[in-house]
Design a protein around this ligand. Structure first.
Ligand code: PAF
Length: 292
């Protein structure tokens, strides 16, 4: 479907049909920008477990790209995306034009991602998260799903969407699916297609750095950050942007003496490609060895 009205009509029919055959009328939305890879397909497979009516949106949202970013060159593979989704039994694909989503050009009304939206990815990409939340809010209003799916790879996005859902009392539950990785550990991303072989090899340092951080997390956040930094520094093709351990409850950086769960975030540029990754850290000190 390419129009909002058409999608709403089809959704109405799908709901009526499911109810008539005694099926599950839950609607599950998987928002994407297309160029689907196995990470997206993992979201879709989980969505299929959660409800019969799965809607995948494919929309490269201009509002979340800054000038000089890859809006014009972002991979667009609609035909093969739709084929892959049909194989997985997706009921509806919503692929609107920018004009359909923003009829007057850019919308004046936007959702603000607040202070957290200006940190980490938001510091490198001003207004990115306002644009992301705005389109997610629009998609939620258009589809009115029971569940919306997100990948853990975009941890800051997940935090901000969950907070928007809570703070704006949205009647939707946010389901998060673990990051899917290549065998060498690199998190799947549509932007990985920009990497040549040497860059792809270097980019593996991001996930390896996260593993190194997790292995010393019982020594505290600073030790974890340093372990990751040392590993990433060995790769000349990888230009580190930030490496931060954040409190999952607030998404603010943890203090050096923070104990308990945290999430480590990493972002780097490899060639001209910006990559992000993250992992859970347990900053609980190892139990002291028992005395003989
Ligand atoms: O994660 C993405 O692909 C995008 O940010 C999203 C959620 C589809 C909104 O444009």
């Amino acid at each position: 479907m390419t129009t909002i009205a058409g999608l709403r009509d089809q959704l109405c029919l799908a709901r009526q049909h499911s109810a008539a055959v005694g099926g599950d009328v839950n609607v599950i939305l998987v928002p994407t920008m297309g160029a689907l890879h196995d990470g997206h397909l993992a979201l879709v497979k989980r969505a299929r477990e959660l409800g019969d009516i799965v809607v995948v949106s494919i929309f490269v949202n201009p509002l979340q790209f800054n000038a000089g970013e890859d809006l014009g060159t972002y991979p667009r593979t609609l035909e093969s995306d739709v084929e892959a989704l049909a194989v997985l039994g997706v009921s509806l694909v919503f692929a609107p034009s920018a004009r359909e989503m923003y009829p007057g050009g850019k919308t004046e009304t936007r959702v603000s991602a607040g202070h957290v939206g200006t940190l980490y990815e938001g510091a490198a990409r001003p207004d990115h998260f306002d644009g992301m939340l705005t389109v997610v809010a629009k998609l939620l209003n258009i589809v009115t799903p029971d569940v919306v799916m997100f990948g853990q790879k975009d941890a800051q996005q997940v935090f901000l969407v969950q907070r928007m859902a809570t703070e704006l009392n949205l009647e939707v539950s946010v389901e998060v699916v673990e990051t899917v990785r290549e065998p060498g550990g690199l998190a799947l991303s549509s932007r990985n297609t920009y990497l040549d072989d040497a860059q792809r090899e270097g980019a593996r340092a991001l996930s390896a750095g996260l593993v190194a951080a997790a292995s010393v997390a019982s020594n505290g956040a600073n030790a974890a950050i340093e372990a990751a930094r040392a590993l990433i520094a060995q790769q000349p093709l990888v230009k580190l942007d930030y490496l931060e351990a954040v409190d999952p409850a607030t998404f603010l950086p943890v203090e050096g003496d923070h104990r308990g769960p945290a999430r480590m975030l990493v972002a780097a540029t490899v060639g001209t490609t910006r990559l992000i990754d993250n992992a859970e850290l347990d900053l609980t000190p190892a139990a002291a060895a028992p005395h003989e």
